[in-house]
Design a protein around this ligand. Sequence first.
Ligand code: SF4
Ligand code: SF4
Length: 297
Amino acid sequence: MNKGIVSGIKRMEIHDGDGLRTTVFLKGCPLKCIWCHNPESISYEPEIGRFEEKCISCGSCVRTCDTNAFFIKDGIVLFDKGKCTACMQCEKICPVFAIVGYGKEYSVDSLVEELLTDKPFFGDKGGITFSGGECLTQTDFVVKCAKRLKEKGVGVYIDTCGYVKRDVFEKIMPYVDKFLYDLKAIDGDLHKRLTGRDNAAILDNMKFLSDKKCAIEIRFPLVKGYNDGETEKIGEFIKRLNIGIPVKVLRYHDFARSRYNALQRRDTLPEGQTTAKDVVDAEEILRNMGIIVIKDN
Ligand code: SF4
Ligand code: SF4
């Protein structure tokens, strides 16, 4: 597969690994985490997000759309996502950026060429992070991009939920400097309730990468009232891995809510926020268990 579907590219990123990074978000994810903060990367298909609150009802999208996905009713411009073919024409003409297209097709050549323009900013530690969605579900595309970037001297990190087949990790491993590996819960039933999937393969794959001495940073997205009871179990699991694998506790927030609405996707985001103190408390528990804890930036 020489083509990939990218939901977005973020530059000068400091949260997705070490140094200054460019993060490539690929579309499609096998999990459905209730707290997902990238809802535009859940579907594998290109799609339009329409931010109603920004719309000034100019009607340009109504005139542009050939499928009548945008239409006027009672003087208000409305969007029927079911009629949208994701041609992305309306995104180009909206004067106030109320329409955002998520899902641009790239060839390996075009993505690598674009990413290499950022190389001067990376310094010693920075580089590219492939994220998502689950970037590894677009396996061949990501493997080819990672290989080409490594050949050009650019560091590659993979941000993964771990829910892919073992051979996917075997294919990508030679081109990866570090895996940023999510660990959401150890209890299988709870994991399934929160993400829609069992975690057996996720835990097995993490053990596999650890046994292979791959560089890993574990990321524990802490959602107060949902998985905070898993902190000690996560610590116990990490203690059985290769010595020195660190964990970063990520603080849940609901900044993605407007994107759920824009995408007309059912909003599953928990209402309560995780506080800074909740994060510190979880970090303290892990540290007291002898785990290396690194702070989020
Ligand atoms: S992406 Fe194309 S089909 Fe979809 S609403 Fe915009 S113009 Fe219409
Ligand atoms: S083009 Fe943008 S601002 Fe104009 S009606 Fe459509 S969504 Fe609203």
